[in-house]
Write a protein that binds this ligand. Structure first.
Ligand code: GDP
Length: 297
């Protein structure tokens, strides 16, 4: 089920059909790859990514040059596995907060993506491991944003700050970061606005916030159901702030997981966690290889 549902079923079917063929020839290989491409496209993976993947696999699996006795099925399967991993693994691990040093992590993403919820989950995850996290609400645009963060933070017993009066998000963010640095918090999480009158204003605000708070890491939060929009959305945020990691939310009820692969490609940043529910502890560390293994069934 979840993010793996439909996509996983289709991918493992494609591999199974190939495995069941009496002889693995060009046609069987093409059928298998086409089926995989269709499944990925249906799961909203960016078209260019899929095209490249197919070209790469065809390059690796050169049936003519494979001497008899080679296990073609295994070679194809391995190539598919490796290419899917490559789509998710940027080769550049994300910044991870270090003990004994204060890290500032800024969250960006569109309203409704699950950003505020994910900020608390991220803080809670680290708190359980002995960190001293703190939450700063720098969303002064949406009425209710601070209350929501306050409620989540209180439930998790995590220190927080924000303002009902101040309308300048940069001021609120800088004050919050300064305060929690003085209080010796080692993980300061800045929640930001996800909506504006104009989209350009939102991205400009993100740029200013990053400039003022100098985050060690910017995390882009996306809802797994946004589909093909993932690529351009991630790219747009990445243009205004340098995104260093991706968190995909609402993955538990979602049949389409392809947006994640697209966001990784657009930002060249790895997925680090998956949101799997509304509760604070419905949050999983993301690992490429086990994910792809499950994907291929
Ligand atoms: P924001 O506007 O981006 O800050 O989004 P919120 O944090 O307010 O989340 C929007 C809605 O999505 C809320 O109802 C959350 O409870 C819900 N939500 C966030 N993450 C997840 C998740 O991983 N799974 C599910 N099912 N719901 C989530």
């Amino acid at each position: 089920g979840g993010v793996l549902g439909d996509l996983s079923g289709s991918l493992s079917r494609a591999i199974k059909n190939m495995n069941n063929a009496t002889i693995v020839d060009e046609k069987v290989l093409n059928d298998c790859l086409n089926e995989i491409c269709r499944a990925l496209l249906k799961a909203d993976v960016n078209f260019d990514l899929i095209k490249n993947m197919k070209i790469n696999i065809k390059k690796i699996v050169n049936l003519d040059n494979l001497a008899a006795g080679h296990n073609k099925r295994k070679i194809i399967q391995q190539a598919v596995f490796d290419e899917l991993c490559k789509m998710l693994d940027t080769g550049k691990p994300s910044f991870t907060p270090k003990r004994g040093k204060t890290s500032v992590v800024m969250f960006v993403g569109l309203q409704g993506s699950g950003k505020t919820t994910t900020c608390t989950k991220y803080a809670y995850h680290h708190q359980k491991k002995g960190w001293k996290p703190a939450l700063v609400c720098a969303d002064t645009f949406r009425a209710g944003a601070f209350d929501q963060l306050k409620q989540n933070a209180t439930k998790a017993r995590i220190p927080f700050c924000g303002s009902y009066m101040e309308s300048d998000p940069v001021k609120v963010a800088v004050q919050g970061v300064e305060r929690f640095k003085k209080e010796n918090c080692d993980l300061i999480i800045v929640d930001t606005s996800g909506r504006h009158q104009q989209e350009a204003a939102l991205f400009e605000e993100m740029r200013q916030l990053a400039e003022a708070t100098k985050p060690d890491l910017v995390i882009f939060v996306m809802d797994s159901s946004i589909g093909q929009a993932a690529f351009s959305q991630a790219q747009a945020f990445n243009r205004s702030v340098s995104v260093g990691a991706v968190i995909v939310t609402k993955t538990e009820g979602q049949a389409k997981g392809g947006g994640a692969l697209s966001a990784v490609a657009a930002t060249k940043s790895p997925v680090i966690f998956l949101g799997t529910g509304e509760h604070m502890d419905e949050f999983e560390v993301f690992d490429v290889k086990p994910f792809v293994s499950r994907l291929l069934g």
